[in-house]
Design a protein around this ligand. Structure first.
Ligand code: SF4
Length: 344
């Protein structure tokens, strides 16, 4: 049996779990190819105009499958006990059925970690019935999936490289994850925090290779480099809890970067049509203003052009660099450039 797993959206966060789960059940998992022009174009044709770029990409990846028995489109309601996923996740798979190639079947399951681990296991057992697997097989596959997911998440410290980690998950069924090479620290480089959803920051086709471009001039820190304890301790200052899991991670990590003196500037990567970012981006940018931290947001859509991105990046990095070198000088408009003093 072969299951098609689209290389989009939850792939970037939860593929190790599903790879482990299906591998234990002796089911082949086939991923769609990395995004390219045709995948994006196909997605635009089949997804709703109003939806966000990552869902349009998912629609394109669904259409890239051939020769699979099922296309796997889980409905992930929540991934932890106190948040939900974005409402657009909840509309999957129904919102994407128009993208499913004729004659192909969709395999789905609803997972809601707010209801606890036992309920998640029960829901997976229902999925197992469709796959012809016993409860005991599903129980063991669940454990295998959780173990792989934990190793993947534990690897997300400094020096974490998404491409490497995910390649290991795709290629190997081995339970041994090699040591993570420690990133060489170059103190002369600028340090830039890139924050945003994993399926935007790691989607190199849609973001026009942003991480690679940034790494030519700066050391890049990502939301995934911030552990959960730090995320939780940096959520303060809000009158309400954040409802959405990704947004919580982005806000907590973003706040940490804002107050981190070692971070020279922040880039918020968002996309046109993202409802949750319309709130979180504003909150992070206010915090950055309060702390006088250089901040820029980049909004992606299917029309984003490379020249515009490069110009903005260069301008931002030049500004951050000048500020680092000349901090404390008096600017021409009468304010000091250093972050703690506006005495003139
Ligand atoms: S969080 Fe934003 S980008 Fe992600 S699925 Fe929801 S609307 Fe789309």
């Amino acid at each position: 049996m072969r299951i098609g797993f689209p290389r989009a959206l939850y792939y970037f966060d939860f593929f190790p779990f599903w790879a482990g789960f299906f591998h234990h059940l002796e089911i082949d998992v086939v991923t769609s190819p990395p995004t390219h022009r045709q995948i994006m174009d196909q997605g635009l044709k089949k997804a709703s105009d109003e939806t966000c770029l990552p869902l349009k990409l998912l629609a394109g990846h669904i259409q890239a499958f051939k020769d699979v028995d099922w296309i796997f489109l889980p409905r992930i309601v929540s991934v932890e006990s106190d948040t939900y996923t974005c409402p657009k996740f909840l509309g999957i798979p129904e919102s994407l059925l128009p993208a499913v190639p004729p004659g192909m079947s969709v395999l789905t399951v609803t997972l809601n970690w707010r209801k606890g681990k036992r309920q998640v296991l029960k829901d997976l057992e229902s999925l197992g019935v469709q796959l012809g697997k016993s409860k005991s097989d599903i129980g063991k596959a669940f454990k295998e999936g959780l173990a792989r997911q934990k190793r993947y998440q534990d690897s997300m410290g400094v020096g974490w490289n998404f491409e490497e980690r995910i390649r290991e998950t795709e290629q190997s069924s081995s339970s041994i994850v090699p040591e993570i090479p420690t990133a060489a620290q170059n103190t002369d480089l600028l340090r830039i925090a890139l924050i945003g959803h994993s399926y935007l920051t790691q989607e190199s086709y849609a973001n026009l290779n942003l991480i690679k471009k940034l790494r030519e001039k700066a050391e890049v820190k990502l939301v995934q480099n911030v552990n959960q304890v730090d995320v939780e301790t940096n959520l303060s200052g809000l009158r309400k809890r954040i409802f959405w899991s990704h947004s919580k991670q982005i806000f907590g990590a973003g706040n940490k970067f804002v107050i981190d003196e070692k971070v020279d500037g922040i880039i918020y990567l968002t996309c046109f049509g993202c409802g949750t970012d319309s709130i979180i981006q504003e909150l992070v940018s206010r915090k950055a203003r309060e702390q006088h931290k250089p901040y820029m947001s980049i909004t992606l859509d299917e029309h984003s052009g490379e020249a515009g991105l490069v110009t903005r990046l260069e301008a931002f990095l030049d500004m951050v660099e000048r500020r680092r070198v000349h901090e404390g000088y008096v600017s021409t408009y009468g304010e000091r450039l250093d972050r703690n003093s506006n005495t003139l």
